[in-house]
Design a binder for this molecule. Structure first.
Ligand code: NAI
Ligand code: A1CAB
Length: 263
């Protein structure tokens, strides 16, 4: 078995879906192990992966940990296998803590996002020296490279990457929801407003990528004395920029707390 995935919740299943859809691993080389056995059995049958019990981890070349940081202490005792390499997606938990709790030096820390489902995750990677030497980091690079872009991020910036790129879809969702609320406030039907808001965010992201800086897009859309600059004035008065900066700062700090809880 090339890869055992512990934790088949929102991220574990998104990674499974993204990886199998893109053929990075044969489903028969993937094993799944989670507390929610019914859901995991269902995923295993749907994707052609194996349902595992902890003893099966002895046969896993590498183990991908996708449980919540608060559940790490529950799985660490039986997840620790001398022969295996580890990849952890747990927010906040540093490579040092992973090495100590798993009793190995073969540790890769990864931070993907739910966009892995559609092959558009931005995944941060960092690892121990041993994980580099044994090819674990290269393996993780292939795995996450199949479901989006990968970035070498130094460990001191990992929680910030998490607070922006991995948490980011939630911020974007709140922005879309609020946009739709605005349109509903002005009389637009909810279903139409919700669909328009999401599509507008996607196309705006693509337009931004075609420009050197997001401000250039803003300037092109703002006609002198027009509607957009009036809307932007109201947005700026709400302190939206500071709110977004604070969101990334708070998420970064929370990542550090989760790391400290797992020392
Ligand atoms: N949801 C997201 O967008 C992202 C999540 N992450 C990280 O990925 C990890 C998983 O996140 P989610 O999938 O959202 O969480 P989740 O709560 O949806 O899934 C957690 C999974 O762990 C399993 N689990 C919990 N305790 C267990 C135990 N003792 N033994 C076996 N299985 C156990 C649960 O049954 C569930 O399948 C977290 O550490 C999170 O920080 C990272 C990037 C993005
Ligand atoms: O909210 C969380 O803690 C996880 C990590 C990044 C996205 N979801």
């Amino acid at each position: 078995m090339k890869l055992a995935i512990i934790g088949t919740g929102k991220l574990g299943s998104a990674l499974l879906e993204g990886m199998t859809a893109r053929g990075v691993l044969d489903p028969s080389d993937i094993g799944l192990l989670s507390r929610n056995v019914a859901r995991t059995q269902d995923l295993a049958s749907r994707y052609g992966a194996r349902l595992l019990v902890p003893e099966d981890l002895r046969a896993a070349e590498r183990i991908l940990i996708c449980v919540q940081p608060r559940n790490f202490s529950e799985i660490a005792p039986w997840a620790a296998q001398e022969h295996a390499g580890y990849i952890s997606t747990m927010a906040g938990v540093p490579t040092g803590a992973l090495m100590r709790r798993l009793g190995t030096k073969r540790v890769v820390r990864a931070m993907p996002s739910l966009a892995a489902t559609i092959g558009r995750s931005q995944t941060a990677l960092t690892s121990s020296r041993e994980a580099y030497d044994t090819g674990d980091l290269a393996f993780a690079g292939q795995l996450f490279g199949a479901v989006g872009d990968t970035y070498d991020i130094p460990e001191h910036l990992f929680d910030t990457f998490t607070g922006m790129c991995a948490s980011g879809p939630a911020y974007a969702a709140v922005f879309a929801e609020a946009l739709a609320d605005g349109a509903v406030r002005m009389g637009m039907p909810r279903a139409v407003a919700t669909e328009l808001a999401a599509k507008m965010l996607v196309s705006s992201g693509e337009l931004m990528q075609l420009r050197a800086h997001p401000a250039l897009l803003k300037d092109e859309v703002c006609s002198p004395g027009g509607t957009t600059i009036a809307g932007l004035q109201a947005l700026e008065a709400s302190g939206v920029r500071s709110g977004i900066i604070e969101a990334v700062v708070a998420a970064t700090r929370r990542g550090r707390e989760l790391g400290a809880d797992n020392e």
